[in-house]
Write a new protein. Sequence first.
Length: 129
Amino acid sequence: MKIAEVIYSTTANKCPRCHTGKVFSVNNPFLFNKSFQMEKDCTSCNLHYDREPGFFYGAMYVSYALTVAILVIWFISDLLWMHLAPEILFGIVVLNVLILFPIIFRWSRIIWLNFFYKYNNSVLQKQNN
């Protein structure tokens, strides 16, 4: 798994196998009425995203890791530079996690997909021929 491919797929909301089709129906994660709607299959390479029932339970662990990363970044920033009261720091972290929840949700699912499907440019070339 190349990190650059995973980062592109995750941040651009693209299929992990072909990097062309969208994973989520809408690119904007803050449109709450459609923010969490995933496509069933990739529109370009026909990859079925939901491999089995409960497949995305593993994405919870990725979501947990991303949330902990936010906490660690704020903790180190506070330790080195800001020196805030613990209650204020806690409020800032909770506010950040609440604001970033739609992004964390999407990124965790796409990162989880990237664990199982690798980028394969030849998939598109076969379909074009």
